[in-house]
Design a binder for this molecule. Structure first.
Ligand SMILES: [Zn+2]
Length: 221
């Protein structure tokens, strides 16, 4: 009888190793969004350099790959927002501060992106503020290096917004823009990042449950 269960036990143990990846900021439960209305599901982004232009080196397969030789920070930011909002099992919505719901819902729901300094050789860093375990504010500081190319900008800002939403560096370096290790093939949200966001902001409890199937469909996104 015990023998019969070995394949299942093996798959369970193996799936654990295959699925270990994203990590959450210690203790956080994310932003205190309220799923009772669309407006209350929003976290807002303020961008201080929206008109700044950046050389477009995104590949043709990217949503902005054919959008011209230069792009504005505002165009890039909108595409990053679209990526986060495209995670269908997540209830969190990102919106710019030009959104009509901003004025009434901005309290403790704002991420500010500004040009400044970052620690060491980093091109950017995110600084979070908490109330208990809930995130109430986040400031992303980008250095001039962040504006060198569109691809680097998308990778960096997606990564820093990931921190602002409660993700730490992932243990996965192939399928995660949240990885600590630079990989120029991963510049937009990947499967591991999406699983982390759904873990924090799942639409339903069943969406939050990881569906581990030996790596073949280890995907909650
Ligand atoms: Zn980081």
């Amino acid at each position: 009888m015990v023998f019969k269960n070995w394949p299942r036990i093996f798959l369970l143990i193996a799936s654990f190793f295959f699925c270990v990846g994203y990590r959450i900021q210690p203790g956080t439960i994310g932003w205190g969004i309220d799923t009772s209305s669309t407006a209350k599901r929003k976290v807002f982004l303020s961008v201080t350099q929206a008109g700044k232009t950046i050389t477009n080196n995104l590949p043709s397969t990217d949503a902005l790959g054919s959008a011209g030789s230069t792009l504005t920070e505002s165009q890039l930011m909108q595409s990053i927002i679209d990526d986060f909002n495209g995670i269908t099992r997540s209830s969190l919505i990102l919106a710019l501060d030009s959104d009509s719901d901003y004025a009434a819902n901005k309290t403790n729901k704002r991420i500010t992106i500004e040009v400044g300094s970052a620690a060491g050789q980093s091109s950017g860093e995110a600084r979070l503020t908490f109330s208990g375990r809930t995130i109430t504010d986040c400031k992303i500081s980008l250095t001039d290096k962040a504006f060198t190319s569109a691809k680097d900008y998308v990778a960096l800002v997606t990564h820093e917004i990931g921190h602002c939403l409660g993700l730490e560096h992932s243990q996965d370096s192939v399928w995660a823009v949240m990885s600590y290790f630079y990989n120029d093939q991963v510049y937009r949200l990947a499967i591991d990042d999406k699983m982390g966001i759904v873990h924090l902001y799942a639409n339903t409890a069943s969406d939050a449950a990881e569906k581990a199937t030996f790596g073949a469909a280890c995907s909650t996104q």
